[in-house]
Design a protein around this ligand. Structure first.
Ligand SMILES: C[S@@+](CC[C@H](N)C(=O)[O-])C[C@H]1O[C@@H](n2cnc3c(N)ncnc32)[C@H](O)[C@@H]1O
Length: 323
């Protein structure tokens, strides 16, 4: 044993543990025969449970921007694919309506989003998502997209970088990090970038998270237009749901969660303020009923088994019928 070198983990063997799984199934109220769209297939953890709950004849349309995720899941669920219980489509989810129409997959009983990055992506150094493993500065969910993290770090001016790190990473030291990046670029690897950030903020000094965590998160959000994708897709999800159908969104970032919360609140509102109207507003028919006044979070037990679930926030809403 003692003389054996540790074997590097093969990302293909890594398993993405789905977060808040039972809460998602309950929230979506998945019944036999249900048609569900899983907009973020990832490692297929939620997909597997959706297929099982909707058996024997329910169907899942699985979408992911990452062609590697689609490839892996198509091997994992070859039987479900063969029987057409599972349909897979590589795309950004902002094209949801178009993708659903292409597969005649609407109206549906449920739509799920489990936002952000998967364990597979984090554990594949060549994808450049992780500061703890050296790889190219990439971070694209879809490697065919033109913008990579290297383009941003090496080309954006200092002010734009500082704003990006502060806004999307909620990193108070954004300005200092941006100055250091501009002084030390070009960067080609995640390791170089992580090291420069560590130097800029003065090392780890007992910090709970690596000093590069927030900057890496900010870059990933901007590379993949993550906030615009969510804003663009929520109205589409509502349109493809049947009345009584459910929408479940798991977010890991306060900016994502705020977008989801505000949009759900707007859709559930029965009174709209409008100072230009005679009575300062008007009554209207809401389109959604919110089922989670507060977001559902992972139990201590789940967090200890799967630390990634620590920042997960699940919000669920039901589409109301028109009157
Ligand atoms: C957290 S993982 C999903 C994990 C999955 N629920 C599971 O249990 O295995 C998020 C996945 O969503 C994908 N993704 C993120 N944003 C996307 C977008 N805008 N369009 C399509 N896929 C996206 C990522 O490529 C990643 O594979």
């Amino acid at each position: 044993m003692g003389d054996r070198l540790p074997i590097a983990a093969d990302p293909a063997d890594a398993y993405h543990t789905p977060v808040l799984l039972s809460q998602v199934l309950e929230g979506l109220n998945v019944k036999p025969g249900a048609w569900i769209v899983d907009c973020t297939v990832g490692g297929g953890g939620h997909t597997e449970a959706l297929l099982a709950r909707s058996a024997p004849d329910g169907r899942v349309l699985g979408i992911d921007a990452d062609p590697a995720a689609i490839r892996r899941v198509s091997v994992r669920f070859a039987d479900a694919l063969a029987s057409s219980r599972l349909v897979l489509h590589q795309s950004e989810f902002v094209r949801l309506e178009e993708v659903a129409a292409a597969h005649a997959f609407a109206p549906v009983d449920g739509v799920l989003f489990d936002l952000g990055v998967s364990s597979f992506q984090l554990q594949t150094p060549e994808r450049g998502f992780s500061f703890s493993q050296a790889g190219p500065l990439d971070m694209r969910f879809d490697p065919a997209q033109p913008l990579s993290a290297a383009d941003i770090v090496n080309e954006w001016d200092e002010q734009a970088l500082a704003d990006l790190i502060f806004r999307y990473g909620e990193e108070p030291q954004g300005r200092r990090i941006a100055r250091c990046l501009v002084q030390n670029r070009p960067f080609t690897t995640t390791a170089q970038l992580a090291e420069a950030i560590e130097k800029a903020v003065g090392g780890r000094r007992g910090a709970r998270i690596h000093p590069a965590t927030r900057t890496f998160q900010a870059l990933r959000i901007v590379v993949n237009h993550e906030l615009q994708q969510i804003e663009g897709v929520l109205p589409q999800a509502l349109r493809i749901l049947r009345p009584g159908g459910r929408l479940a969104v798991i977010s890991f970032h306060s900016l994502e969660d705020r977008i989801v919360k505000q949009w759900m609140n707007d859709e559930a509102r029965t009174y709209v303020s409008d100072p230009t109207r005679l009575h300062g507003g008007y009554e209207r028919q809401p389109t959604l009923r919110i089922l989670t006044r507060k977001p559902i979070v992972a139990s201590d037990d789940e967090v200890s088994r799967n630390p990634r679930s620590r920042s997960a926030r699940l919000r669920v809403a039901e589409k109301l019928p028109p009157i």
